[in-house]
Unconditional design. Structure first.
Length: 364
């Protein structure tokens, strides 16, 4: 992948990724693509090496792609490995054979206790060695860093890096093409409708509990996914008051930004997240949040951004919704919005660029 025309003085950065957007799945690894775009904006020449193949075919495909890329592009100055996986063998080879340093940016939820999937044995030993030899590890949240360390991942340099929020979340959107907000307080939830992780049914039960005593709010659920139909059917079984509950189905990122703008509070009741980009998007638009403390960056946000509740605690979620309804004016949009500057393309790209520079200097 080529993100920019090469200039003589540009730093050459090679991304190795376990996931990357394709025609078949435009959302897979979108956070990796945004990191690549962010660093390209800093004047780097970025290429991405990725294969959808598995097993031995993956090795063949990656080797073929690398040989072609090396012929056309040459050697990178630094390698960014996105997720600690089999790509680490390639990164380690670059370091041993060519003295090219590599860093690891980690997003994988398999380290987290609620979704634990880190393998032991020889595989675990190899992954730990690859992590140890990296110049630094950049988890996307403190929660993920802590979980990785509990899995025995060791490195002398840990630096947290944010995921990127699209530019259009930083500016008022006009015209509005979605249903604008009316007089009722609007709670918003956006997700991929994976019940195991997102616990949408827990949100529905909490909202129905609140609806027993008051009807001055509405709940909009944006997105689609493997459990979308199941969740819609479940919502119907709860018999919400007419007009209180709305499912939008799949929306474009720009439409999601419009829903954010036309809402009063963002809800996330996830059992686990390594980052939760939707929280960063809501903060960037100045919206207060109600979130589980297990949702990625939620625990790192200051109190003026919203309310945290324990995972699975639907009574606490319902109470937080009531508190938000009754004390909505205590949350200032400009104060919340100011916390979102760190998620921009410019700031994330600048942080990565500075890390690259220090890493290359240290290697030389």
């Amino acid at each position: 992948m080529e993100l920019a025309e090469r200039k003589e003085d540009e730093m050459k950065v090679l991304f190795l990724s376990a996931w990357y957007p394709t025609e078949r799945d435009a959302m897979a690894g979108l956070f990796v693509q945004k990191h690549a775009e962010a660093i390209a904006e800093q004047g780097c020449d970025v290429r991405v090496l990725y294969s959808e193949e598995t097993g031995f075919r993956w090795a063949q495909d990656m080797y073929k792609k690398w040989q072609q890329l090396r012929k056309e592009w040459g050697m990178p100055d630094i390698v960014q490995m996105n997720v600690l996986d089999k790509n680490g063998m390639i990164a380690l080879w670059f370091k041993w054979r060519y003295r090219i340093p590599y860093i690891i940016v980690e997003h994988w939820s398999g380290y987290l206790p609620a979704n634990y999937a880190f393998r032991g044995g020889w595989h675990g030993w190899i992954m730990r060695k690859i992590a140890e030899k990296a110049s630094c590890i950049l988890p996307v949240s403190q929660m993920l860093e802590d979980a990785m360390k509990k899995c025995g991942i060791k490195n002398e340099n840990w630096i947290r890096i944010h995921n990127v929020v699209d530019d259009f979340f930083y500016h008022p959107i006009s015209p509005i093409t979605i249903t604008p907000k009316g007089e009722k307080f609007r709670f918003l939830h956006v997700s991929c409708f994976d019940e195991k992780a997102k616990n949408i049914q827990g949100i529905l039960r909490a909202a129905r509990r609140v609806a027993e005593d008051r009807q001055d709010f509405e709940l909009v659920l944006v997105g689609t996914g493997v459990d979308y139909t199941v969740d819609v059917d479940y919502a119907q079984s709860l018999h919400f008051p007419e007009g209180m509950l709305h499912f939008t189905g799949e929306q474009t990122p720009y439409e999601v930004a419009q829903w954010m703008q036309e809402s009063d509070c963002f809800l996330l009741f996830s059992r686990y997240e390594t980052y939760a980009v939707v929280l960063a998007e809501a903060i960037t638009m100045g919206k207060p949040i109600i979130s589980t403390s297990t949702a990625g960056i939620a625990a790192e946000l200051p109190q003026e951004c919203g309310i945290l509740v324990p995972s699975e605690d639907e009574i606490s979620l319902a109470q937080a919704m009531v508190q938000m309804l009754e004390k909505r004016n205590m949350y200032r949009a400009d104060t919340i919005r100011a916390k979102g500057n760190c998620f921009s393309y410019h700031n994330v790209g600048k942080q990565l660029f500075n890390i690259y520079q220090r890493t290359i200097i240290a290697q030389n």
